[in-house]
Write a protein that binds this ligand. Structure first.
Ligand code: AKB
Length: 320
């Protein structure tokens, strides 16, 4: 990886990934892109450009002009927003990925890394320790695009020899950039409300188990996969897991530090999405092939989240 392009750089994962890439490979070697206005930290660690992944000509021009050899394609519409406008989710997620892969093929990019999700699984997949190779029958448009996206990545590898790599993320919990439009977003919202001394109304029931991961582990996972020796990879798509949590588990953990935190439950359409997903996923292939090992458990994460959010709150940068 010498010259790196990150799409969706202003999103929850993209914004933290850019900072790590900038620190590791140098600001001059990281181009970040999005259709949103970048936070100042993104411009501190990368060169930012306005780029819509649906604009394939501009994408190709930027790849050529910047001699890009690696693309982290992070731009996507998530599950909850996707159900509000499935056609738009299809366009951004499918056409966006197709444009990235086509530009990569034509302009001799070497590697494309893009996240997939636990959303590839549907209600008929095993709920606990869900393996990679099982039935993939998602009930959301987001899940449909992630299944098709995984297959497209595999196709470009088989047909054109492009080095494509993908990992199925669980819900990601982070303190820096808010998640946007996911079903697992309630977890981050809980921490923010707790720090602001506000009660929270959760949109899934307290006993709904889902797989989660703390952002530092999520960033390490994608970087480790991107940098793994190609001959170590036995597959192009890996499950990665860290914690199986219910909303009640997160509330209990927060209450160890903020005992007065209150949470109510009013499930909405996102309950059905959450119930269609696994409770935990089997990531033994990632552990075996490229040494994946999560470092944060629930209470470590809670302490770190609360410290970081309190710091931001004191600087008045935590918003609801
Ligand atoms: C979402 O909730 O849509 C995402 C995901 C699990 O991929 N966080």
């Amino acid at each position: 990886m010498k010259k790196i392009l990150v799409t969706g750089a202003c999103g929850q994962i993209g914004s933290e990934l850019v900072v790590h890439l900038g620190k590791k490979f140098g600001k001059e070697n990281v181009i970040s892109s999005d259709i949103k206005r970048p936070a100042s930290i993104i411009k501190e660690f990368s060169t930012f450009m306005y780029l819509n992944v649906l604009d394939t000509h501009m994408l190709a021009r930027e790849v050529v002009e910047n001699e890009i050899d690696t693309i982290f394609h992070m731009a996507a519409i998530l599950s909850a927003t996707g159900e509000q406008n499935p056609q738009f989710a299809y366009e951004v997620n499918m056409q966006g990925l197709m444009n990235v892969l086509e530009v990569a093929r034509r302009k001799e990019v070497q590697k494309v890394i893009t996240p997939s999700s636990i959303a590839v699984f549907g209600p008929d997949a095993p709920k606990e320790m869900t393996p990679e190779d099982t039935s993939l029958n998602p009930t959301t448009m987001y899940g449909v695009t992630k299944v098709a996206g995984e297959k497209l990545m595999q196709y470009y590898h088989l047909k054109y020899g492009l080095d494509t790599r993908s990992l199925r993320y669980p819900g990601i919990i982070s303190s820096e950039t808010l998640p946007g439009g996911g079903t697992t977003d309630f977890a981050v919202d809980m921490y923010i409300h707790a720090v602001l001394n506000q009660p929270y109304t959760c949109f899934v029931t307290e006993d709904t188990p889902l797989p989660f991961m703390y952002m530092p582990d999520a960033i390490r996972a994608i970087l480790e996969l991107a940098e793994a020796e190609e001959d170590k990879l036995t597959r192009r798509v890996y499950n990665v897991h860290a914690m199986r949590l219910t909303p009640a588990d997160i509330v209990d953990s927060i209450r160890k530090y903020i005992p007065e935190f209150r949470c109510e439950y009013q499930p909405d359409y996102r309950q059905d999405i959450a119930e269609s997903w696994p409770h935990s996923i089997d990531d033994s292939a990632a552990r075996k092939d490229w040494g994946w090992l999560p470092q944060y458990n629930l209470d470590d994460m809670t302490r770190d989240m609360l410290d970081k959010l309190r710091e931001k709150h004191q600087k008045k940068v935590v918003h609801l």
